[in-house]
Design a protein around this ligand. Structure first.
Ligand SMILES: Cc1ncc(COP(=O)(O)O)c(C=O)c1O
Length: 279
């Protein structure tokens, strides 16, 4: 988080200066890494696809047996108040729900709800024009439908990714690829079918919107995607709230298609930006 004295955050039931928003060390997020979160964009002062993110936030909480202390309408009110106080028209909002203050460092307490607003960094035009190289790693997240705060595997691999001259890591199991630590994965087949893995993935809001946009023009499929499928694909890309769509041009030693960002990928990026604008 940037150190910005003017920024405010929501914690312990109130909006307060970020600089003094502290969580006690007894919290189960610190003691055991237990908690969930979600993250959405604010554009021109308005949350984008908020209903989808709130639905996923409550679902993650349910899957992890955490009670959200605010009902949907009250949570929306707090988000609106925070947007007004912070004056960050283009930004990201992170809602975190922790395991709460634990009496013995293991049993959950009353969950703590934290809401932060922070500046947003989108991919540069150069990154989009060049596409990225990625590596793969054998791993499946424990509860894929829950957006937990546990990113240990992805963070532990940062050094390995850099050493490989890559930008991210795609998880796979027995040659079946699933997702990145923070993004979903797509391929475009030689006959222009837009395909994304269906199992063991977080249901990304961007994934949903890209499938929606793609279905207007192309055949779409949610199914198992193998490393073999990638080797035969015409294009590949990743999706997430902050990255939107980023072309993937190399996976380990596999060069995807002609090694350049593909036409379908770039067209879907335009469609996604248009969809965001219609919000
Ligand atoms: C594991 C995982 N997959 C995919 C995504 C992308 O989801 P979204 O498009 O909703 O940002 C995220 C987002 O952080 C994630 O953590």
């Amino acid at each position: 988080m940037p150190s910005n004295a003017k920024l405010h955050a929501y914690l312990h039931g109130q909006i307060q200066p970020l600089e003094s928003a502290f969580l006690h060390v007894r919290d189960l997020s610190i003691q055991r890494g237990y908690g969930i979160f979600d993250y959405f964009k604010v554009q021109q002062g308005q949350p984008v696809f908020l209903a989808d993110y709130l639905q996923r936030f409550y679902e993650s909480a349910r899957l992890m047996e955490l009670a959200v202390p605010l009902a949907t309408d009250a949570l929306k009110d707090v988000i609106q108040q925070l947007i007004q106080v912070n004056h960050l028209p283009h930004s990201g909002i992170k809602m975190i729900l922790t395991g709460g203050y634990s009496a013995n460092g293991y049993d959950p307490g009353e969950p703590n709800l934290i809401i932060l607003q922070q500046p947003l960094t989108l991919p540069t035009p150069e990154m989009i024009a060049q596409g990225i190289k990625i590596i793969t790693y054998e791993y499946v997240r424990e509860i894929p439908k829950a957006k937990t705060i546990n990113y240990s595997t992805g963070i532990r691999l940062i050094k390995q990714i850099k050493e490989a001259g890559a930008s991210d890591v795609l998880y796979q199991k027995n040659g079946v690829v699933t997702e990145f630590p923070r993004c979903n994965f797509f391929i475009v087949t030689q006959d222009d079918v837009v395909v994304t893995p269906d199992a063991d993935v977080l249901l990304g809001v961007t994934r949903k919107n890209v499938l929606k946009a793609a279905s207007q023009k192309y055949k779409i499929e949610e199914r198992a995607v193998t490393l073999q499928d990638i080797a035969q694909a015409k294009e590949a890309f990743l999706t997430s709230t902050t990255k939107r769509i980023l072309p993937v041009v190399q996976v380990d030693e596999i060069v995807v298609g002609n090694g350049k960002p593909g036409a379908v990928t770039l067209e879907l990026l335009d469609d996604l930006v248009a969809l965001e604008g219609r919000q």
